[in-house]
Each structure stands twice: as C-alpha cells, then as structure tokens.
Design a protein around this ligand. Structure first.
Ligand SMILES: [Mg+2]
Length: 237
C-alpha cells in the first residue's frame, strides 16, 4: 500500500485563538456598524474577502502601539501547543492559513512561544494614524482575499494527505480540497450542509487525540471528492 504523508493546515482566527482577532480589531478601531455590515455582505457573497478588508480598513483609526496593546489581550487555545509539538515530533509539516493579517498572527504566536511555523496571510502596515492592507497572494477566487484553497493547491502534491483545522466562513475553499477536516462553529455547519466528512472538535487536544489515532491505525486515506476536486483544479491551471 502506498504510504502518504500528511500535511497540516490550520486556520488562525477563532481556531488557534479563542476569538476572531481580525473581526474584533476592526470593530474596535473602525466603524463598528460599517464593519459588521461589510462582514454580512461578505458572508452573503455580495462582496469579496478583499473588499471586506479594504472596507474595514478604510474607517480604522489606529496606531501601531494601540494595535499591539489590543491584540495582546487575546488568548489562544492553551492546548494548541500540544498539537503543535505533536506534529513536530512526528515530523509533520504545519502551516497557518489565514484571511486575516500577519501582524497580529505573528505577534500572538510569538507571545505564546510558538515559533517556526510558516504563516500565509494578508499583510498590512500602519500609516498616518490608520492601517493599509496588502495582498501578497493573488488567486482567481472571488470569495477570499488570501484563498486557503489556492494555498493548499500550491503547497501540496499527489502524495500528500491534506489535514485542515478550521472554524469559519473563510475556510470554505480549503475544505473542498482537504482529506481530513476538523471543524467547529460555522465551518462545521458548512461541512454538514455540503456533505463534507469532518471531525468535530472543541480543543486542539481533541484534534491531536483523533489525528494520532488515525496515524496509528494506518488508515491515512484520501477523501475521494477532495482528490477529484484537486485533480480538476490542477487540470484547469
Ligand atoms: Mg477562523
């Protein structure tokens, strides 16, 4: 039997952190009503993730130090470390995929002693009392700014088993291509509605326990529909 290698991709906001930091950030420093309206429009498909971020940032008044102080108030799932160490010990690659902003992801990871994990997200810089957003990753996706499905397709090959852990709306493109999905909150509902097989979770300790069991059972298998989707995407390139 062919032996596949798992590659783990993890969402940040609301998955590693207990709350959605990006969302809270723009509600705090931008126009709260406009920000909430833009989020609703993004969820209904009226605007893209890119337009959502640009709209939110356009009303934000914030300095770098105020932003840093604010994000320092957010906690991560204390068991993320256990999962992170487990993957490292098993020699399994992990990346963080986010449609949020690098500055708070990197700051929160580093203040929690998590180092050496690649982060693929949008970028930003502070200027003139506001925040300007940059989009380092371009894809054809009209739903996302940094499309996680696109990231998975470009970072994996035929011998990889794709493991995805997420909670929200911006994870929809990712789970199409994932073989093993761990889902909670909105993503769990989406998987239910879309008939995507998933494991529910609340904490990363649960993810570690289940994933360790799957690895130990030797039943690391591709999900047929995900494999077809990936093949389709590779062919259309
Ligand atoms: Mg999330």
């Amino acid at each position: 039997m062919k032996s596949y290698k798992p590659k783990v991709f993890v969402d940040f906001d609301g998955t590693i952190t207990k709350q959605d930091v990006g969302n809270a950030f723009f509600r705090k420093f931008g126009n709260e009503a406009e920000s909430m309206k833009a989020v609703a429009q993004w969820k209904s498909g009226e605007i893209s993730g890119r337009d959502l971020l640009l709209t939110e940032a356009s009303t934000a008044e914030v300095t770098e130090s105020a932003a840093e102080k604010f994000v320092d108030g957010f906690e991560i799932d204390p068991t993320f470390r256990i999962f992170f160490d487990f993957c490292r010990e098993e020699g399994i690659e992990m990346s963080i995929l986010s449609d949020g902003l690098a500055f708070y992801i990197e700051r929160i990871l580093s203040s929690n002693g998590i180092a050496g994990v690649p982060v693929y997200s949008n970028s930003s810089h502070f200027k003139n009392g506001g925040i300007a957003i940059e989009f380092p990753y371009e894809s054809e996706c009209t739903k996302c700014a940094n499309c996680k499905g696109y990231q998975i397709l470009t970072q994996t090959g035929a011998d990889d088993i794709i493991v995805y852990v997420g909670n929200g709306f911006s994870d929809r493109c990712a789970v199409q291509y994932a073989d093993i999905v761990f889902a909670k909150d909105e993503l769990l509902k989406y998987c239910e509605e879309s008939n995507i097989t998933y494991f529910p979770f609340n904490t990363f300790e649960e993810v570690r326990a289940k994933f360790s069991k799957i690895l130990g059972s030797g039943k690391l298998r591709k999900r047929h529909r995900a494999e077809l989707k990936r093949r389709e995407a590779y062919l259309s390139e």
